[in-house]
Design a protein around this ligand. Structure first.
Ligand SMILES: C[S@@+](CC[C@H](N)C(=O)[O-])C[C@H]1O[C@@H](n2cnc3c(N)ncnc32)[C@H](O)[C@@H]1O
Length: 85
């Protein structure tokens, strides 16, 4: 079981990394995901590529009942998600 994970690789795969990580997190374990505001481009309704990857990730995290999550508006956006018991 994993205590802490940090996501900062290719954005198109953030959701895939998420789905692999969450079941492996111990209860109370934390995932930190960087660049979740993506310089504001997450608001682009016509986004593709990396930006679309971040958008899909943010929606997935928001809808995921396995975690409590917050998106910190520092720098380029940092999401912290804690695995529920
Ligand atoms: C922004 S850097 C993050 C660096 C890292 N957080 C560190 O402190 O060293 C992104 C890193 O993700 C790696 N990366 C990109 N796509 C990847 C993938 N599909 N699988 C694994 N690593 C990948 C890149 O090679 C690069 O080292």
């Amino acid at each position: 079981m994993i205590d802490f994970a940090y996501l900062d690789a290719d954005k198109e795969n953030y959701v895939n990394y998420w789905e692999e990580l969450v079941p492996r997190m111990r209860p109370g374990g934390v995932i930190a995901a960087d660049n979740t505001l993506f310089h504001g481009r997450v608001l682009d309704p016509h986004a593709t590529g990396s930006t679309a990857g971040i958008q899909a990730f943010n929606e997935r995290v928001h809808a995921d009942d396995r975690v409590e999550a917050v998106l910190l508006t520092v720098a380029d956006g940092l999401t912290l998600a804690r695995r529920r018991p």
